[in-house]
Each structure stands twice: as structure tokens, then as C-alpha cells.
Design a protein around this ligand. Structure first.
Ligand code: AMP
Ligand code: TRP
Length: 330
């Protein structure tokens, strides 16, 4: 069976971009593939974060996973930090990725650009090494992510090819999978920039009250002209809203465009808002129930056990391949 893996960092409030680009797709795999979904909590430490905030974000993220329809009976949901093989493999794999490669990563360049250059954490720089370990530990073949993570999966492929060339077919070569619609949802106030957890302006957070979500969509920046048309270059605002609608309704952009032919911007936005609110309202209710009942704890304990089993096997295989002595085999 195909193995699928993905994760999200518990670094801030999840946005509609996270939901459309990542979360919403995860559950599509669980009926036909072996799915591993985790909280990248070690990755959350790459930028300063308050310990209590990290703990609460982690609880919330797992609750979002469960509310989105991920079923712990069908897939493995776990915390990265609860499977020590991630850190152990990281200590090995850091020798097979190069500083030149890591310094070319867009995410690193963006996140470190405004920092004091002499105080950039090593973990931020080495972020993709740990991410590659996350992926290869589970022999993942498919990694569903938003567009911004593609470069990291490509680097993982380079690592796997390099490693296997040297040691034989030890690691599984992964590929990324970006959703057809909504790989990069933009800010509603500036549709030329990504909707992101670290920029609250123009962003819809999954925990925003429904009336405020509606208000943000009704206030979204549209473009000159009056036609509802998908044209990222000339109509970034309208195109972003079309993407959001297409993803909510699970239709293609073309179908969404056809649906809105002849609409005025106001009515168009009202229907986009309806589509988002109709989906998010029950989702938020499930989320709150899971968080309050602590249903996430059981799911994580179950997931941890399975994840450890699988990851430890891969770790052993790698340790053996590189020449670390296995005392059980001596
Ligand atoms: P992050 O917020 O960086 O931890 O991202 C978690 C997941 O959500 C990754 O797969 C990202 O690619 C995806 N993601 C984040 N922001 C967006 C966005 N604006 N549009 C689409 N996908 C996104
Ligand atoms: N880097 C991803 C992000 O910022 C999170 C992540 C960590 C991840 N390890 C992963 C995603 C492995 C997919 C596979 O969103």
C-alpha cells in the first residue's frame, strides 16, 4: 500500500491557507493508503516560542487533525518529539546534506532575512535535514504539502539519491503532492502575498468566529474591472477567492469560474463567504468538542506506538548501512 506522510508545525494559529493547502487533503488518503500525519513540534522550536503556547498549539493542531476527519483507526497521528528516531536519524543525516544546499532554501532565506545574522539558530538552518528524516523514516512515497514546502521535499529526494548511491537501496524516494486547487492561498488584504500564520492581516484563522470570517471575506480586496475571472496576474484578488471557493466546493477553478459568470463582485464574495462558513462552522464545533474532551490524547498515544515501531525499523536499517555496530548481531 502507498505510504503517505505529512506534518504541520504548531507555531501559530492555523489559517484557511493551512486548511486548504494541507489539512483538507490529508483525510483523502486514509481510505486507500497507509497514512502518517504528525505535529512537527521539534520544528516549532526553530524560532523562539513560549513553552505554554507551544503546548496549547500542539493540543489544538491535533484537534484540528481529528476535526478534519482524520480517523486514528485508519491513520497514524503522532507527535514528532514522541518518536526519538527522528532526532537519532537527524544526527546521521546531517552529514549527507550540504551547507550550500541548506543556505539556498527559500524558507530559510525568508525567515532569517530580518534576523540578527549572528544569532540565527542552527536548527533554523538545518530545518530541512530533520524534515527529510521525518519523511524517510516512514518510507513515505507521497508527501502532500502546500507549494512552499516543495523545495524541502525536493531536497529530501536529493538526499535519498545521494545516500542510496553510496549505501545501496536503503531509503525510499518520496514525491511531493500539491493540491490542484489552493496550493498557495493569498492574504485577503494583499493578494500578492501568502496567507500565513505569522501575518494576521487579511488572514482567516480557523478559530475566528464565523461572523468575522464572513466579514473578512466580504472585505477582501478585489481588482479593477467587474468580471469574475481567474487571472492571477491581473486579478490576483478575484483569483484567490475563486481558488478558495473551488477548494471548499471541491470543484475545478474552471467550474467555479463558469458558476460565477455574470456575477457582480458583491454577490460573488457573498457566495464565497457562504461556502467557507458552511464548511468551517461544523468543523469548528468538532474541533472544540475534541479539544475540551481531550480526545486527542488517546489518538496520540495510539499513534506514538505505531510510529515508533515503523521508525525504529528504518533507523536500524540506516545505522547498519552506515556502519554503526549492532550489538545484538555481534
Ligand atoms: P506551515 O504553516 O508553514 O507550518 O505550513 C503547514 C502546511 O500548510 C504546509 O504544507 C504548507 O505548505 C501549507 N500552507 C501554509 N500556508 C499556506 C497557504 N497560504 N496556502 C496553501 N498552503 C499553505
Ligand atoms: N516543514 C513543514 C512546514 O513548515 C512541516 C513539516 C515538517 C513537514 N516535517 C515534514 C511536512 C515532513 C511534510 C513532511 O509546514
Amino acid at each position: 500500500m502507498e505510504r503517505v506522510l505529512s506534518g504541520i508545525k504548531p507555531t501559530g494559529k492555523l489559517t484557511l491557507g493551512n486548511y486548504i493547502g494541507a489539512l483538507k487533503h490529508f483525510k483523502d488518503f486514509q481510505d486507500s493508503a497507509e497514512v502518517y500525519i504528525f505535529v512537527a513540534d521539534l520544528h516549532a522550536l526553530t524560532l523562539p516560542i513560549d513553552p505554554e503556547v507551544l503546548r496549547q498549539n500542539t493540543r489544538e493542531l491535533v484537534s484540528f487533525y481529528l476535526a478534519s476527519g482524520l480517523d486514528p483507526e485508519k491513520c497514524t497521528i503522532f507527535l514528532q518529539s514522541s518518536v526519538s528516531a527522528h532526532a537519532e536519524l537527524n544526527a546521521i543525516m546531517q552529514n549527507y546534506l550540504y551547507m550550500g544546499e541548506l543556505s539556498r532554501m527559500t524558507q530559510f532565506k525568508e525567515k532569517s532575512a530580518h534576523m540578527n545574522q549572528s544569532a540565527i539558530g542552527l536548527g533554523l538552518f538545518a530545518y530541512p535535514v530533520l524534515m527529510a528524516c521525518d519523511i524517510v523514516l516512514y518510507d513515505a512515497e507521497t508527501v502532500p504539502v502546500g507549494e512552499d514546502q516543495v523545495q524541502h521535499v525536493e531536497l529530501t529526494r536529493d538526499l535519498v539519491n545521494r545516500f542510496n548511491k553510496r549505501y545501496g537501496e536503503v531509503l525510499t524516494l518520496p514525491k511531493y503532492k500539491v493540491g490542484k486547487t489552493g496550493a498557495r492561498i493569498k492574504s485577503l488584504s494583499d493578494p500578492t502575498v501568502k496567507m500565513s500564520k505569522s501575518d494576521p492581516k487579511g488572514d482567516i484563522f480557523l478559530t475566528d468566529p464565523i461572523p468575522s470570517i464572513r466579514k473578512k471575506i466580504m472585505g477582501a480586496v478585489t481588482d479593477s474591472g467587474s468580471e469574475v475571472k481567474y487571472d492571477v496576474e491581473n486579478k490576483p484578488g478575484v483569483s484567490n477567492l475563486l481558488q478558495i471557493y473551488a477548494s471548499m466546493k471541491e470543484v475545478s477553478i474552471e467550474e467555479a469560474e463558469r458558476h460565477f459568470a455574470g456575477y457582480r463582485y458583491g454577490d460573488f464574495k457573498r457566495e464565497v463567504a457562504d461556502a467557507v462558513c458552511e464548511e468551517l462552522e461544523p468543523f469548528q464545533n468538532r474541533f472544540r468538542e475534541i479539544l475540551e474532551s481531550k480526545a486527542y490524547v488517546e489518538a496520540l498515544k495510539k499513534g506514538q506506538k505505531k510510529a515508533q515501531e515503523v521508525a525504529n525499523k528504518t533507523l536500524k536499517r540506516v545505522q547498519k548501512a552506515v556502519g554503526l555496530l549492532d550489538l545484538d548481531a555481534e
